[in-house]
Design a protein around this ligand. Structure first.
Ligand SMILES: Nc1nc2c(ncn2[C@@H]2O[C@H](COP(=O)(O)OP(=O)(O)OP(=O)(O)O)[C@@H](O)[C@H]2O)c(=O)[nH]1
Ligand SMILES: [Mg+2]
Length: 291
């Protein structure tokens, strides 16, 4: 009888010993270690009490859901701090620049996540390249309403000309939807490239969080713990790396909390792994100084 692998399953080592190796180890036991490490995370510069992380990416990719997922992990319950788009309107649901403080055990953790309007391929739609760069550099003020027709410039009222270190972003997180990365419009990739180039000289680290892995691979939808066994997920990560120019080591596949009513350790571990890398990259940048 011919044996067929279900869609998305990587060939087991016996069948393809040369070409396939499991991408990373998944160990649910890592949760306690990661959670402790992040709860005890301290900044290398004692003069500031928190650093900023900017979460950007295409509309509907799961930016706000990622921020909620991080909050959920630390709260141990499902929260809805950032409003999530529940209908496919084709427009970004998040329209304002908003900062989210993450708390654990009643205390603020030393980082904030900032949400922005989604990027769209067309020129005068969604947030612009300039908006994202200005947000990273700390020039955008809280609650600023993005205007797809006109990006913020220094002549306009809310421009923050002299941002503090905490108002800047020390890591830019691109949220990329694994289920649609194959069809991503080249014009959107060009916008991401433009952002990357403009931030290059500032040395701001960039990390990709690849969401919706459940929608991208049936094997993973059935069992999230198989995430690093999935050839499909590995291929999508490679695609993200090639398209956006971020190394594989900075790409983190996750499933956001989106329909669950309780938190679970498997989702938590993936979110924590991504956050651990993001925060350590940001703190390394902080240590380098001259931001
Ligand atoms: N299956 C699945 N759905 C997800 C995941 N992450 C987010 N979603 C869903 O995707 C839709 C968009 O999520 P949002 O978090 O609003 O996306 P966003 O990037 O903030 O969107 P805009 O603010 O409109 O740019 C919502 O219906 C979410 O429930 C995921 O990992 N898996
Ligand atoms: Mg949003």
């Amino acid at each position: 009888m011919k044996y067929c692998l279900p869609e998305g399953i990587a060939p087991v080592a016996k069948q393809d010993p040369i070409n396939w190796k499991i991408l990373r180890d998944f160990d649910v036991g890592q949760k306690a270690v990661l959670l402790k490490r992040l709860k005890e995370f301290t900044l290398s510069n004692p003069d500031i009490d928190h650093i900023g992380i900017l979460v950007a990416g295409q509309i509907g990719a799961g930016k706000s859901s990622f921020i909620n997922s991080v909050t959920n992990v630390f709260e141990g319950r499902i929260t809805n701090s950032a409003q999530v788009n529940s209908s496919a309107t084709g427009r970004s649901f998040t329209e304002n620049y908003k900062t989210y403080r993450i708390r654990s055990g009643g205390a603020d953790l030393p980082f904030v996540l900032r949400d922005v309007m989604g990027l769209e391929p067309e020129k005068f739609e969604g947030s612009s390249v300039e908006d994202i760069v200005n947000a990273v550099l700390g020039h955008i003020r809280e609650k600023y309403k993005f205007d797809p027709k006109d990006s913020l410039n220094f002549k306009t009222e809310p421009f923050n000309t002299d941002p503090t270190l905490s108002e800047k972003a020390l890591c830019l997180v691109y949220i990329i939807d694994a289920s649609t990365i194959d069809f991503t419009d080249d014009k959107l990739i060009e916008k991401l490239e433009a952002i990357r180039l403009k931030l290059k000289e500032k040395g701001i680290p960039q990390v990709i969080v690849m969401t919706k892995v459940d929608e991208a691979c049936p094997l993973v939808k059935n069992n999230l713990r198989k995430i690093y066994h999935s050839k499909k997920i590995k291929e999508k990560m490679q695609m993200c790396s090639d398209k956006v120019g971020v190394p594989m080591t900075s790409i983190f596949p996750v499933k956001n909390y989106h329909e669950e009513i309780d938190t679970n350790d498997t989702i938590d571990v993936l979110i924590l792994k991504a956050l651990d890398q993001i925060l350590h990259n940001a703190d390394d940048r902080l240590r380098e100084g001259d931001i």
